[in-house]
Design a protein around this ligand. Structure first.
Ligand code: SF4
Length: 382
């Protein structure tokens, strides 16, 4: 098995102004802006260290995620992107995304990001309802979300994603559909929709344990999902992945790599990589990370290196590929693994999941309702 593709670079910025109540991502509240610049310098150093291991690789997507990357100054973003251009071969038309929170952007800052080369902005809106935003512990309100979008457009962004969240306790169906309607009315090129997941260790989980609210029943959660898909389709969006819809040609190229068995290199604290048939993560302790960078060593967590068997890799291929509405190509599976998919996995999975999992010619894909139970179906391939 050997995968080679153009490389996607992911840069992790693990800082936020304050933790949202539901967040279990690797991010910390930061005390001084100086810390951000120091981290950006370390990240620049990591770009140089990692590029030595992967010479001549063509990079065609760069994704700056977090945390809250929009806390970085445009100068720091420019420094990071310049360093990538100096140390990797960047394609002529790379997709360069930066995640931004509505309360941490000004028009001037957004112009700066644009000038630095960022050409896609992902705004963490989550909701256009102030009560819902307060429940989540977000720092922005509805007006700031709307303004951030308009500022991004004025700053020259013509490829914008809005992240939206549903299944939130206290969020009625009307509040949710109002949010989706507002989002489609603004007409961003891309919309991502996620169901709230209440993870252990978060303040929201503690509140749930104290019975301060009731979880959204899963039937309502699913109804919200399908209603949103219907509204987005009517507005001209193409639902191309379980959680993502886009206007034609505006599918997220970087995230597509995760679902298409393509290679990506993660830089920064705790970032994951899949490259040269190897899967691993960077260390997630800031002290260890900075120590590695100081000694010019790639900050890879040796304990995280996964040695999956070919059969397990096939399972990952299917698990990620079936997230796409178009599903997987049996021919591509054969090219990657030199085996027929149904020689490895029993055709019974298709027969058992009639109406949910479809095999049609070269394609194997989940229907919209199959996506509701994707975890159960996908687990049959692992
Ligand atoms: S902005 Fe995002 S990463 Fe930061 S605390 Fe909130 S959910 Fe977590």
């Amino acid at each position: 098995m050997m995968t080679t593709s153009n490389l996607g670079l992911y840069l992790h910025i693990p800082f936020c102004e304050r933790k949202c109540r539901y967040c279990d991502f690797l991010s910390f509240p930061y005390a001084q802006t100086q810390i951000l610049s120091e981290y950006a310098m370390a990240l620049r150093e990591e770009v140089m260290i990692q590029s030595e291991a992967w010479p001549y690789r063509l990079v065609d997507t760069i994704y700056i995620g977090g945390g809250t990357p929009s806390l970085l100054s445009p100068e720091d973003v420019a420094m990071l992107l310049d360093s990538i251009r100096e140390n990797f071969h960047v394609s002529l038309d790379p997709e360069i995304t930066l995640e931004a929170n509505p309360n941490s952007v000004t028009e001037e800052k957004l112009r700066g990001y644009r000038q630095a080369g960022v050409n896609r902005l992902s705004l963490g809106v989550q909701s256009f309802d102030n009560e819902v935003l307060r429940f989540l512990g977000r720092l922005h309100d509805k007006n700031q979300a709307m303004n951030a979008y308009q500022k991004a457009k004025r700053a020259g962004f013509d490829n914008i994603n809005l992240d939206l969240m549903f299944g939130i306790p206290g969020q009625s169906m009307k509040k949710w559909t109002d949010t989706v309607r507002q989002a489609t009315f603004l007409r961003p090129q891309h919309i991502s929709l996620y169901s709230l997941s209440i993870e252990e260790g978060t303040p929201l989980y503690e509140s749930l344990k104290k019975h301060e609210f009731l979880e959204t029943p899963s039937a309502i959660d699913r109804e919200m999902y399908h209603e949103a898909l219907k509204m987005m389709r009517q507005a001209g969006y193409n639902h191309y992945e379980i959680s993502n819809a886009a206007l034609s040609g505006k599918e997220g190229r970087h995230n597509m790599k995760y679902w298409s068995y393509m290679e990506y290199l993660g830089l920064g604290l705790g970032a994951s990589s899949f490259i040269h048939d190897s899967r691993y993560k960077n260390v997630d302790s800031m002290i260890d990370y900075l120590k590695c960078i100081k000694s010019h060593t790639a900050p890879i967590d040796a304990g995280s290196v996964e040695n999956y068997t070919i059969r397990e890799e096939m399972g990952i291929y299917i698990f990620t590929g079936l997230r796409r509405a178009g599903g997987i190509s049996l021919e591509h599976f054969r090219k990657c693994f030199d085996r027929e998919l149904f020689d490895v996995f029993s055709y019974d999975v298709v027969k058992k999941n009639k109406g949910l999992l479809i095999h049609n010619g070269d394609r194997l894909y989940l229907t919209e309702y199959g996506m509701d139970v994707s975890n159960r179906i996908l687990s049959e391939f692992v």
